[in-house]
Structure formats: C-alpha cells, structure tokens
Ligand binder design. Structure first.
Ligand SMILES: Cc1cc2nc3c(=O)[nH]c(=O)nc-3n(C[C@H](O)[C@H](O)[C@H](O)COP(=O)(O)OP(=O)(O)OC[C@H]3O[C@@H](n4cnc5c(N)ncnc54)[C@H](O)[C@@H]3O)c2cc1C
Length: 529
C-alpha cells in the first residue's frame, strides 16, 4: 500500500501560500510531469499547473508503445534509437505495473516481396536488437508461416509467407501520467490539475511566474518562480504569446487517429506492424487492455482543438490497411471508440540574439531571452531523458541552481511493484494498481463491478488518491473505458457521477459532469460519415 498523500485542497492551500518557487511547470502531460518529477527528485521547490486533467492532451492518446522507433533506425538515426531503447528499459523497471514488454510480428506476404522484405526488415530489426544491448527484451527471429499463424492469432493467412518477430513494449499512458503526478507530489511538488495559466508575470523584462485560475472555484493564484517551463504540447505558442509576440508559430499540429475494436480481431498476445502502408506510413494493430488498437494516421490540421475529431478518410485508411493484415477485416460497425491525438511538429524559429535552442529530431528545448523555457515534441518513451535536457537548459542559463542529473534513472513510481503480474494487453483490473491494489480492494464497493475490470472502489480511489475531479477524469484517464468502449463508458456516467458526488462533496457538479461526459462519449462512439 502507498497513499495517503496531500489532498488537492491542501495542495491549493500550499500553492497560495508558497513563497517564490524554484520552478513552475505549465502543462501536465508526459513532458511537464517528467520535468516536475525530476526537479522535485533533485530537491527543488516545484509547482505544476494543468489546465484540464493530467494527460488530457496528447499524452492519453498515444499508440501506447514504449519503443526505440524502428522507423528512426531505417532513417539511420542510431543515437536517437539507442537513447529510446535505454529509456524503454528504465520505464519498464520504474513502473512494471503500467509498462511491459510486448512481442511484435511483422507479417510478410507474397512470394516476390518475401525475400527482399525478409532481408530488409529482418536485418533492420536485428540491428535494433544489437543497439538495445543489455536492454534487449527478446530475440528478433524469423518465423515460418505456421509459426506465425500460431504466435499471432488473428493475422491474415492468405498469401502469408512468414514473419519477423521482434520485441518492444507497451504501457497505459494516462495512468502513467497520473503515477508521475503522484510521484512528484510525494517528493513535495505542488501538482494541480484543472488549474490553467492565463498570463505570465514579468519583472524587469524577465518572466517571473504565472497567473493561474483554478477551474472549480475560479480562484486566481499569482505564482512566482525563478524559472518557468512551458510544457504545453501543441499549445506552447499560446504561452509564448503571453510572454511577447513570438513572431511566428513554433508548432504545426498533425493529428493521429486510433480506432479500437474487440480483442477477437487479434486474440493472441502479439502486436502486428505494417512497416509501410500504401502511402508510406507505419500502422500498428496492438492488443491493449483487453481490446485491439488500430492506428495511426498523420494528417496536418490548422486548429488546436482539445477534442479533435477524425476525418472520414482517416477511418477508411485505417480499416483498409488493417484488413490487409487481419484475418477478420474490421468494419465501421466494429469500432468501439475512435480517438485523436495532436502531434506537435516543431518548426524551429531562427535564433534571436540571447535565445538558445536544441533541436533533436524528436524534441525542441527553447530558452528565450525573457527566461521562458519552452519544450515540445518528442515522445512518451523518452519523457525522462527530455526532462533532463530541459533541466540542463534551465541550469545552464542560471535559471535554476545546479543539481546533478540522474535522480529519476532508478526511481520507482507510485504503486510500482517488484514485478508485473499481468501484461498491459490483459483486460483491466486490480493489477494496474500495483502495490496499491490492496488499498483499492479495501474501499467500499470493491465487489460492485460497474463494467468488466472497473469497480465502484476504483472510482472512489480515483477521487481520493488520484486527483480525479470529473466523470471524464475517471472514465477516460483513471479507468480507460472511454478509449476502449465509448458507448459502455457513456452508459456509466450517471453511476460514476453519483459516487463522485459522495466523494467530492460541494465542489462537484454532478449534473454537469454527467452531461458533458455523455456528450464526449457520444463523439468517441461516432464515426464521421
Ligand atoms: C497519435 C499519436 C501517437 C503517439 N504514440 C506514441 C507512442 O506509441 N509512444 C510514444 O512514446 N510516443 C507516442 N506519441 C508521442 C507522445 O504521445 C507525445 O510526445 C507526448 O504525449 C507529448 O506530451 P506533452 O506533455 O508534450 O503534451 P500534452 O500531453 O499535450 O500535454 C500538454 C498539456 O498542457 C496543458 N495545457 C495547455 N495549455 C495550458 C495552460 N494554459 N495552462 C496549463 N496547462 C495547459 C494541456 O491541457 C495538456 O494536458 C504519440 C503521439 C501521437 C500524436
């Protein structure tokens, strides 16, 4: 058992009373939470504010892979792949209840392409293994047709010649975000959701903090900090504009759609990979929490919607490509949930005098003259290494006191058990709570299931210890039902609202929380015509 920990009201009280902080992080996705945890683990005084809920943005909408990026290897970017493989091993060790190894099968079809593809992809994946070194999760190997059909039940048999099998890992992205938030809080950080930055504070032309508004009370907080990190994902330009006219956008958003279908489409424990779709992208079919995720796409868009919707052609594309590798072709009627994440494609600005920027293929850290440090891009897998880069930039500019890096390399997150009990591909259940499973099971309603793998006690736990404030926080990001089966999730809104009403008291608006979640679930359940 872990918990207890400070309640949200207590965190807000400390935030209001806080003298100047060392670091204020704006944005509670993978990036911001990683920075807050690392800084807190190094003994700094840290606060983080998140406008919506932890991982409400891109960080709950990933393909759920902890991976080195086979794609980058094909581009010859060895350094990037090696770093991601190292981080993969660290994440698996620090949160084994939420991140675990997963075998992948790359099916090879047709006689002509067979040899060439086998050689091309096989040698690439062998190199992937070698790069992983001691962090290797399993051996890359060639499978014949029969072995492929046996290992990867659900793979299309017609024309199948064999496969390359390799190992990567998968995780529960939103639960990992909540675990990061709680781990930072456990080290003294003041981490608060539903509390957004509406302006920056300046002193002598330098950024000196931010003004935050807490959503439930409308209360304003003037938060002073030596260093402000803008980790708002695709929304970083909004914060940059609060500093000064940035003279152009840093981020061009591109959306990625996922469709979720039943586990019967991929009943084995393997994921499938299409390394090159008809239009040159990568597509995955991934067993996840008892269902199958299909995706993703890469479609530029202009707006920065909090809840972007899929385009009809993206849905058609995913279904068509999935039909090429699955024995049973999924149709629109099989889709239980469709969700969309926004990727921040970074357009690095021309450096102005006094600015510094480090751009890796994956992420950008921009320290501006005013002292505002912006970070965007990257991937979930490398959130920890990105946090070290961000803190190095802050310390390098004298914005934070020097503290040695490495505090989070071997830092188990809240709930981390010594060893995982179930793979992440298994249906949801108590195992996702790691060492806290017994505490969850001791709460009222532990025997009352609202849906498979979701009990009344889990809803109470979400409210008491995981900082859930709305029906959506519970059903989208503490339990993942909105992403797994949106109709079923919508049907539970009233019951979850009633439990939260008991747990959260006057601050909770049950009718509004229920209504807005039903509306959201309707959108995830509906496909564009
Ligand atoms: C379709 C897709 C699939 C992906 N799949 C994978 C994968 O399988 N594996 C992998 O490693 N990576 C994957 N990624 C990448 C990974 O998801 C992202 O790199 C990561 O989630 C980005 O996190 P972030 O914290 O930078 O952004 P976000 O998660 O978007 O967080 C930014 C946060 O800032 C908040 N915010 C905005 N404005 C304010 C404000 N004014 N005040 C306070 N808070 C504010 C937002 O509400 C949001 O929560 C994928 C990305 C996409 C788009």
């Amino acid at each position: 058992m872990s918990a207890p920990q400070p309640a949200r009201e207590e965190l807000l009280r400390r935030l209001a009373a806080a003298p100047a902080l060392d670091l204020l992080v704006i944005g509670g996705g993978a990036t911001g939470l990683g920075v807050a945890l690392d800084a807190a683990a190094r003994g700094l005084a840290v606060a983080l504010i998140e406008r919506e809920d932890f991982a409400k943005g891109t960080s709950s909408r990933a393909t759920k892979l902890v991976h080195g990026g086979v794609r980058y290897l094909a581009q010859g970017n060895v350094h990037l792949v090696r770093e991601a493989l190292r981080e993969r091993a660290r994440l698996l060790a620090n949160a084994p209840h939420l991140a675990q190894p997963l075998p992948f099968v790359l099916p090879l079809y047709g006689a002509r392409g067979r040899l060439l593809e086998k050689w091309f992809y096989g040698s690439g994946l062998l190199a992937y293994d070698l790069l992983a070194g001691r962090a290797r999760l399993g051996r890359t190997e060639f499978l014949g047709r029969a072995a492929t059909l046996e290992a990867a039940a659900g793979v299309r048999g017609a024309g199948l010649a064999g496969a390359v099998r390799y190992w990567d890992a998968q995780f529960d992205d939103a639960r990992l975000a909540v675990a990061l938030a709680r781990s930072a809080i456990a080290r003294g950080a003041l981490v608060v959701n539903h509390c957004g930055a509406v302006g920056l504070l300046h002193e002598d032309g330098r950024v000196a903090g931010a003004v935050a508004v807490e959503r439930e009370s409308g209360a304003q907080y003037a938060l002073r900090a030596r260093c402000v990190v803008n980790a708002t994902g695709v929304w970083v330009d909004e914060i940059r504009r609060m500093d000064r006219d940035p003279g152009g956008e840093l981020v061009a958003p591109s959306q990625g759609v996922h469709l979720v279908v039943g586990r019967e489409f991929l009943p084995g424990g393997h994921a499938l990979l299409v390394p090159r779709t008809r239009d040159g992208r990568v597509l995955f079919a991934v067993p996840w929490l008892g269902a199958t995720i299909l995706g993703t796409t890469d479609t530029p868009r202009r707006d920065l919607a909090v809840e972007p919707e899929p385009f009809a052609e993206e849905v058609e594309f995913i279904l068509r490509e999935a039909a090429g590798i699955l024995e049973r072709a999924p149709t629109r009627a099989d889709v239980r949930s469709a969700w969309v994440g926004l990727r921040p494609l970074v357009r690095p600005p021309d450096a102005r005098p006094g600015d510094t920027k480090t751009l890796s293929r994956e992420h950008l850290v921009l320290a501006e003259r005013s002292g505002l440090v912006t970070v965007t891009g990257g991937k979930w897998t490398t959130y920890r290494a990105m946090a070290e880069d961000v803190l190095a930039a802050c310390m390098g500019r004298g914005l934070l006191p020097e503290r040695a890096a490495g505090a989070t390399v071997a830092l188990p997150l809240v709930g981390a058990p010594a060893r995982a009990q179930q793979p992440v591909s298994a249906p949801p259940g108590l195992h996702l709570y790691g060492t806290e499973a017994a505490l969850v099971a001791s709460l009222p309603g532990a025997e009352r299931e609202l849906a498979p793998g979701l009990t009344e006690a889990m809803v109470r736990f979400a409210a008491r210890y995981e900082y859930a404030r709305t029906v959506e926080d519970v059903l989208a990001r503490r339990a993942r039902l909105l992403f797994l089966d949106a109709r079923l999730a919508g049907s539970l809104a009233a019951r979850v609202a009633a439990i939260l009403d008991e747990e959260l008291g006057a601050a909770f608006n049950a009718a509004e929380s229920e209504r807005s979640f039903i509306e959201l679930a309707g959108r995830y359940a509906r496909l564009p015509a």
